[in-house]
Design a protein around this ligand. Structure first.
Ligand code: SF4
Length: 458
């Protein structure tokens, strides 16, 4: 059937979100803008006229994933398939726009991080070119940043929870990290803007919101001249319908007594923190240009656990940073044994162009990096198992997120499990039927699995 190119409703568009939750939010925003412009936003590359791939360019593995995704979509491009135009947005386009357009000729447009808001114009331009000779490729990558305005009625990927971005960019300058080059320095989103969006989310019946930024504990510093996360949490918790607020991606020096007090005393705020520490050796932390050290990490963890003994704490570490000796690595492991994070993610250092660590001396060889990575996960398996035993027999509220493939269990998350990165709780329900996004009380009855838990409704 011939398409009516004057009608947006006849143009099908799929958006693919790669990378982190911040990228997913940008994708959800673009989806809404395209839908509001009348396009048919679907979730099927093969059946689409246009595909938008929102990429991550944080580390080597993320770049590879993005390039593979672009090549997969290219397989569906005319004359072999339906896809007529491919747009690449996000962090990879911001870093390497010319390379993408030159090396991947199937790509028709690249959109940098400051140009998400141009998606409707770019699609309109590409639609007008369908069926005729391709004109110049579109390269909109000047400036850095993110979505600057509130997109009302954002398309959410699930009814169980919603990510909520509270800032863009990062004010830190870790020596290994390209994020400040891609996203710029930290800019807080105005509080009234965040609250308005949270109300819209609550009005859709979503009860859990998850706050995201490169460093959420920085919130408000440049806008209100003070750290304002605790105030934001208080205001968000006043919104009817919101039952759980989760804070992701903090920085240890931003975990202030005021924030801990708010978290401990506000029943809507999950006793959960995700604080990437990156390393445990002061020598490496210094070379990473981190602002914290092992002593500060120890004291903040003590402060958090004293105020919230049930707090689940997640972290991220990096192995194989240039100059990391066996001694540094052992210090990291010794400290991880002492700090007992409930959950941990590990990255292998990859040299990123434009960052100070790119050409630092004493780069660690690939085999050593991999061995250290494996050892960290081996160690964390023991620590996580020990930590999760403490939850056996406890009663907790869970958010129902899905149903297991065999249909026997509901799958949920309590205050202690963040979406996408943490284990889940399998729930045998004595209730008739539970809906996605329902909050129910359960008792944890089995923690013997390495990570996931089993519970029953009570
Ligand atoms: S805190 Fe450091 S690692 Fe995290 S985004 Fe900022 S610069 Fe990158």
């Amino acid at each position: 059937m011939k398409k009516d190119l004057n009608s947006n409703t006849d143009i099908k568009i799929t958006l693919l979100a790669l990378g982190c939750s911040k990228n997913l939010i940008d994708c959800e925003n673009m989806s809404t803008e395209l839908r509001n412009a009348g396009y048919d936003v679907i979730n099927d590359v093969e059946a689409s006229d246009i595909v938008v791939i929102n990429t991550c360019g944080f580390i080597e593995s993320a770049k590879k994933e993005a390039i593979d995704a672009i090549l997969d979509c290219a397989d569906y491009k005319v004359p072999n398939g339906n896809v007529k135009k491919i747009i690449v947005s996000g962090c990879l386009s911001q870093r390497y726009p010319e390379d993408i357009l030159k090396e991947l000729p199937e790509v028709d447009a690249v959109l940098g991080t400051a140009h998400y808001g141009d998606i409707v114009d770019v699609v309109a331009r590409l639609v007008s070119e369908i069926g005729s000779e391709t004109k110049d490729k579109i390269n909109l990558t000047s400036g850095v940043g993110g979505f600057s305005h509130l997109v009302k009625d954002r398309d959410l990927s699930t009814e169980a929870y919603a990510w909520l971005k509270i800032g863009e960019g990062c004010r830190h300058r870790c020596s290994f990290c390209a994020i400040p080059l891609i996203r710029g320095t930290f800019v807080s989103r105005p509080m009234e803007d965040i609250l308005e969006e949270a109300k819209l989310i609550a009005a859709k019946g979503v009860k859990e919101i998850v706050l995201a930024a490169q460093d959420t504990t920085n919130y408000g510093i440049e806008l209100y001249n003070e750290r304002s996360l605790s105030k934001l949490l208080r205001k968000l918790s006043e919104i009817d319908g919101i039952e759980m607020i989760r804070v992701m991606y903090g920085y240890m020096d931003g975990i202030t007594p005021e924030l801990i007090e708010e978290m401990a005393n506000n029943p809507k705020v999950a006793h959960y923190l995700d604080i990437p520490i990156q390393h445990g050796s002061d020598r490496i932390l210094k070379a990473m240009y981190r602002r914290d050290n092992a002593e500060l990490i120890t004291s903040r963890l003590e402060m958090i656990r004293k105020a919230m003994p049930d707090c689940i704490i997640r972290t991220t570490v990096m192995v194989g940073f240039p100059g990391e000796t066996e001694e540094d690595f052992q210090t990291l492991k010794d400290n991880l044994r002492k700090w007992k994070f409930d959950r941990l993610g590990c990255f292998i250092f990859s040299p990123e162009e434009g960052t100070p660590a790119y050409d630092m001396p004493d780069q660690v060889d690939v085999e050593t990096k991999q061995r250290r990575y494996d050892e960290i996960y081996e160690l964390q398996k023991e620590i996580s198992a020990e930590q999760s035993q403490k939850r056996l027999g406890t009663v907790t509220r869970v958010n129902i997120c899905s149903v297991s493939d065999d249909g026997i269990f509901y799958i949920g998350r309590s205050y202690g499990e963040s979406p996408e990165v943490d284990p889940v709780i399998y729930i045998a329900s004595q209730e008739e039927e539970l809906k996605i996004g329902d909050f129910v009380e359960v008792k944890i009855v089995d923690c013997s699995d390495d990570y996931d838990m089993t519970a029953v409704t009570i």
